[in-house]
Design a protein around this ligand. Structure first.
Ligand SMILES: [Zn+2]
Length: 462
C-alpha cells in the first residue's frame, strides 16, 4: 500500500490571495502553476534557480519519462547517456563556445582542464559519431537521453519554467543526406505530435527563427499569458508564427493578408527541433563511407522536450480558477487516491477490515498497478482530505464512507478531469476504472483482468 502519510509532501494551502511564505521573490507568483507546485508539495526551491523535485513531482517526471521512452523506442531511437561535463575544446571546435559561454557553468579539473556543465549535447553526440567510421547502410542512427542540463540564466524565474538546472529529453539523429535527414525530421515530428496529443493539452507547432548554423527549426508551445514567447495566428488562414520569425509584423507570410493585433498571444515553449545539415559533422569530423567508398559528412538533427519545464507548463495551463491542480491522466502523480473514513467514526472499524482486500483488487488492475495512493491520515475528516485531493489533482478520487456498508455497498468516485461524481457498486466501479485508465496499460493484460473480475462478480459485490 502506498500511504500518503509516509510521502514527503509538505502541503501548504494558504488562505486565498495570500503570498505563500515559500516564495520570497514576488515575481515568482506570476506563475500560478509554480506557486501551486510549491504550495502542494511537488517541488521546493533549493537555491536561486535550482529546485528539489519532491516525490509527488518526481512521479510526474517518471511517468513522462516512460511516455517518452515508449515513443522514442517506437521510432527506432536508442537511449544512451553521455557525461554532463563536456570538454570546453569540443565547444570551441564546434564554433559555439564564444556565443554560448555567457550562460555556461564552467569548471576546472585538478589538471586545469576546462570543462562545461552542458546546456545541450550536439557537440558530444557529433563527436561520439566521429569515433567510428560506419557505412551508409548503417544509417540512420537516432540516439537520445533524458538527463539534466545546466544554464546559468541571468534571470531565472517561474520555477521549473526557467531554472538553472533542468531535465531534457534530447534526441540526436544522423543521416547520410539531406533527403534522409528530412525524412527523419518528419518521423520525429510526428512522434512529438503524438506525445503532446496524448497529454490532451492544446499545443501549437510553429517554425522558429533560424540561426546561421540551422537549416530548419520548429518550436512547440502551450498557450499561456506568462509565456516568454510571442506568437500570432492569422485570422484569415489560421497559420501561426513566432513573432521573431516574421520580418513584416503586419502581413501574414502565408496568405499576405493584414494581421490584426488580436492575433497575438503569449506561449510557453515545451519542445524544439533543429536540422543542422552538416554544420557539426564538418567541424567535429563525424562521417560515413558512401556508396563510392568516399568519406562524407553526416547530416544531423536534434530534438528536445523540456521534461521538467513540461511539468510546470502543465500545472500552469491545467490548474483551475479555484487553485486546484489538474493533470493529464498519463502523467498524474497517482491516477487514483482512496480516502477511507475518519478515525473513530461508526463506519471506520468495519471499513478498515475490508480496505486491504479492496486495495489489492484495485491494484490488480494493470493500469493502476503501483498507481494508487491511500490517504491514510484518518485523523482528518473525509471532507478535509477530499479538499486536499482535489487541490493535488488526482484524476480519480475514491471515497469509502458510510455508503460502503449498505446492503449493496456503494462507493463515491470523483472524476476530476471530467468534473463528474458517481456513486456505484463495486463491480461497476472496477469496470469504470478499467475503462477510464485503459490507455495506460497493455490491452491484453486489461482483458485478462476483466475476464477474471467477471467470473468473480457474484462474490465481489456480496
Ligand atoms: Zn494568413
Amino acid at each position: 500500500m502506498i500511504r500518503l502519510s509516509k510521502i514527503f509532501r509538505p502541503f501548504n494551502a494558504p488562505p486565498r490571495n495570500k503570498l505563500p511564505k515559500l516564495l520570497k521573490n514576488p515575481n515568482e507568483t506570476a506563475s500560478k502553476g509554480y506557486k501551486l507546485l510549491c504550495q502542494y508539495g511537488f517541488i521546493r526551491q533549493s537555491s536561486h534557480g535550482f529546485y528539489n523535485i519532491l516525490p509527488m513531482g518526481h512521479r510526474i517526471i517518471e511517468k513522462l519519462t516512460k511516455l517518452l521512452d515508449h515513443k522514442m523506442i517506437s521510432i527506432g531511437a536508442h537511449k544512451s547517456y553521455v557525461p554532463l561535463l563536456t570538454k570546453q575544446s569540443l565547444w570551441e571546435k564546434a564554433g559555439m563556445y564564444d556565443e554560448a559561454r555567457d550562460e555556461f557553468f564552467e569548471v576546472d579539473n585538478r589538471n586545469n582542464h576546462k570543462l562545461v556543465l552542458s546546456p545541450t549535447h550536439e557537440q558530444t553526440f557529433s563527436h561520439l559519431l566521429s569515433t567510428e567510421l560506419m557505412s551508409y547502410r548503417d544509417f540512420p542512427k537516432l540516439l537520445y537521453q533524458i538527463a539534466p542540463k545546466f544554464r546559468d540564466e541571468h534571470r531565472p524565474k517561474l520555477g521549473l519554467l526557467r531554472s538553472k538546472e533542468f531535465l531534457m529529453k534530447d534526441l540526436y539523429s544522423f543521416d547520410i543526406g539531406p533527403k534522409e535527414a528530412d525524412q527523419t525530421y518528419q518521423i520525429v515530428t510526428e512522434a512529438y505530435n503524438d506525445i503532446f496529443n496524448s497529454l490532451g493539452i492544446k499545443f501549437m507547432r510553429v517554425e522558429s527563427a533560424k540561426e546561421s548554423h540551422v537549416s530548419m527549426a520548429h518550436e512547440y508551445f502551450y498557450f499561456s499569458d506568462i509565456g516568454d514567447d510571442r506568437l500570432y495566428t492569422c485570422m484569415a488562414c489560421d497559420s501561426s508564427y513566432h513573432a521573431s520569425a516574421v520580418a513584416d509584423r503586419h502581413t501574414c507570410p502565408n496568405c499576405l493578408k493584414y494581421l490584426s493585433e488580436d492575433g497575438y498571444f503569449n506561449a510557453i515553449e515545451i519542445g524544439h527541433t533543429f536540422s543542422f545539415g552538416t554544420y557539426y559533422s564538418t567541424r567535429l569530423g563525424s562521417c560515413f563511407v558512401d556508396k563510392n567508398c568516399q568519406r562524407s559528412p553526416l547530416h544531423m538533427c536534434s530534438f528536445g522536450i523540456g521534461v521538467s519545464r513540461l511539468v510546470s507548463a502543465c500545472a500552469e495551463v491545467c490548474s483551475t480558477e479555484e487553485d486546484e491542480l489538474r493533470w493529464p491522466l498519463p502523467i498524474a502523480p497517482y491516477s487514483l487516491c482512496i480516502i477511507p473514513p475518519k478515525l473513530g467514526s461508526v463506519e471506520e472499524k468495519e471499513i478498515k477490515l475490508l480496505l486491504p482486500d479492496f486495495y489489492r483488487l484495485l491494484e490488480a488492475i494493470p493500469s493502476l498497478s503501483d498507481d494508487i495512493v491511500i490517504d491514510d491520515r484518518t485523523e482528518y475528516t473525509i471532507g478535509k482530505r477530499l479538499v486536499e485531493a482535489k487541490l493535488t489533482g488526482y484524476p480519480y478520487i475514491l471515497v469509502i464512507g458510510k455508503d460502503a456498508l449498505k446492503s449493496t455497498p456503494l462507493y463515491e468516485l470523483f472524476d476530476l478531469n471530467h468534473e463528474k461524481r458517481y456513486l456505484m457498486p463495486k463491480f461497476s466501479l472496477l469496470q469504470f476504472l478499467i475503462r477510464a485508465t485503459e490507455m495506460l496499460s497493455e490491452s491484453s493484460l486489461k482483458i485478462a483482468y476483466l475476464q477474471n473480475a467477471t467470473t468473480q462478480q457474484p462474490s465481489t459485490d456480496s
